[in-house]
Write a protein of this length. Sequence first.
Length: 319
Amino acid sequence: IKKIGVLTSGGDAPGMNAAIRAVIRAALAKGIEVYGIHDGYLGLHRDRIEKLDRRSVSDIINRGGTMLGSARFPAFKEESVRREAIANLNKHGIEALVVIGGDGSYMGAKKLTEMGYPCIGLPGTIDNDIAGTDFTIGFDTALNVVMEAIDRLRDTSTSHKRISVVEVMGRHCGDLAMAAAVAGGAEFVIVPEKGFKKEELLAQIDEGIASGKRHAIITICEHVTDVNALANLIELHTGLETRATILGHIQRGGSPTARDRILASRMGAYAVDLLIDGQGGRCVGLLKNELIHHDIIDCIENMKRPFNEELFNLTKTLF
Ligand code: ATP
């Protein structure tokens, strides 16, 4: 293998740049040329492809976002569109691709592989919602952002005896909400995997207030319920001022943590090894701190992320 490409797709995540850098430098070290594809599958289709060298990725390991840009490009689901994208790759002599993104991006990578174009997927998303890996690239950074936000809310909540409802990202995965609840010392966590009963939550809040707590912090995963309505309900019930804070896209930004940079660097270099080994249609994961790879379809369709009961129960024990 002489030439490979790399792209980032779907939502951006801190650490994607470290992964791009690792792919480029690991490939160059093995005598392989690397091409960067701008704006995900959209750029692949529009031929936004440029050759990269060691220097192209200088000074990016510490930056959030993705230097290659990302895009949503639903048209990539059509075979004719993918065929045109492959024609672009062929034109540049690019033989294989590393795709950094979430589930949707993995589907695109799998379909390209089925059309004879080997791809390796790296899990890049703050949501930690990809099967086959303990951690995705970007999760740790987002977790630290959420933790810091909770710390700040705690200061003001304690001073004013206020209740805070903090909505965090994660799509349909409660990992970020749970990890942030433990790291931030939140009293309650609401995750989609478990659902919640309003009466139970209110009873728990009552119990906390009765035991002399000066604040209550609730972390909740997005898409579970309307957090402003939930805050109103809590305020009506307790008579204490209750505010909802939706952290939103600030969770996606910022300089990646050491943990994310190292994870991304390891995964990027590993993807290159897999391509050299002639593998395609695989996605990379981290299991008990060891790098592993799975069939992409298996990962999307058959494997389930195990729910972290221990972490969930811990939020209750440490209440
Ligand atoms: P995130 O988890 O951050 O949202 P994602 O990779 O899941 O990331 P999507 O928007 O679902 O984000 O997918 C990214 C891109 O992958 C899509 O815009 C599209 O170009 C491509 N893609 C998604 N699904 C498919 C599919 N079934 N076949 C081919 N390409 C797809």
